[in-house]
Write a protein that binds this ligand. Structure first.
Ligand code: B4P
Length: 190
């Protein structure tokens, strides 16, 4: 099963992918986590990524695509993958389609999480209080929302035209949202 999760910052992509990865026993590939781990290693790529992340901007496509394609040929990905926060631009989406096609695969469904901006901001400020993530501050949150609208939201149309998109209401308890996702996957016949 190959599933993409799209949603504005704070919509619960990471939260839901962790649950689904356990449920379906397939790997969870979060580009945010990969970039944060590159940053912790203090390698040149991590330092470059940190500049973009702390400013609330997208890390350049070439950097993200290198990180993802390195993962796709690992044996654990043979059973499927939950793509969390990737793709985030139309260029990343077309590159993912091509990389999967080269491997004789294609996406099964794209889950598009939906929530209003006030709720998203509340969640990220709460996370800032608990975890102190450097990009969870009011100015950067606003920038990330703008970047989502401008660069990532066009993907909704891209996947709708391919018949892959399932809109899911992301407001409610994490259990309620997971239930809606399972139902969307079932409706796609999986
Ligand atoms: P991400 O790590 O993907 O961060 P995010 O969009 O904020 O989502 P995240 O998964 O962390 O939050 P979630 O919604 O689960 O990206 C960070 C940065 O990395 C980007 O800004 C960008 O710079 C860079 N980046 C990543 N991928 C990239 C790509 N493909 N291309 C270029 N750049 C890229 O949860 C948020 C909070 O809400 C959590 O605290 C959670 O506990 C809470 N929450 C979740 N569900 C809830 C619910 N139902 N009710 C209440 N709270 C809930």
């Amino acid at each position: 099963m190959l599933i993409v999760f799209i949603g504005p910052p704070g919509s619960g992509k990471g939260t839901q992918c962790k649950r689904l990865a356990e449920h379906f026993q397939i790997p969870h590939l979060s580009t945010g986590d990969l970039l944060r781990s590159a940053r912790q290693q203090d390698a040149p790529l991590g330092r470059l990524a940190a500049q973009y992340m702390d400013a609330g901007k997208l890390v350049p496509d070439s950097v993200v695509l290198d990180l993802v394609t390195q993962q796709l040929d690992k044996p654990e990905f043979a059973r499927g993958c939950l793509f969390d926060g990737f793709p985030r631009t139309v260029e990343q989406a077309t590159a993912l389609d091509a990389a999967l096609a080269q491997r004789g695969k294609a996406l099964d469904i794209v889950i598009a999480l939906q929530a209003d901006e006030a709720e998203l901001t509340r969640r990220m400020l709460e996370r800032a209080r608990k975890e102190g993530r450097p990009d969870d501050n009011p100015a950067t949150i606003q920038r990330r929302m703008d970047v989502y609208r401008r660069e990532t939201a066009p993907l909704l149309d891209y996947y709708r035209r391919k018949g892959l998109q399932a809109m899911v209401d992301a407001v409610g308890s994490p259990d309620e949202v997971s239930q809606r996702i399972y139902e969307a996957i079932e409706r796609k016949g999986h």
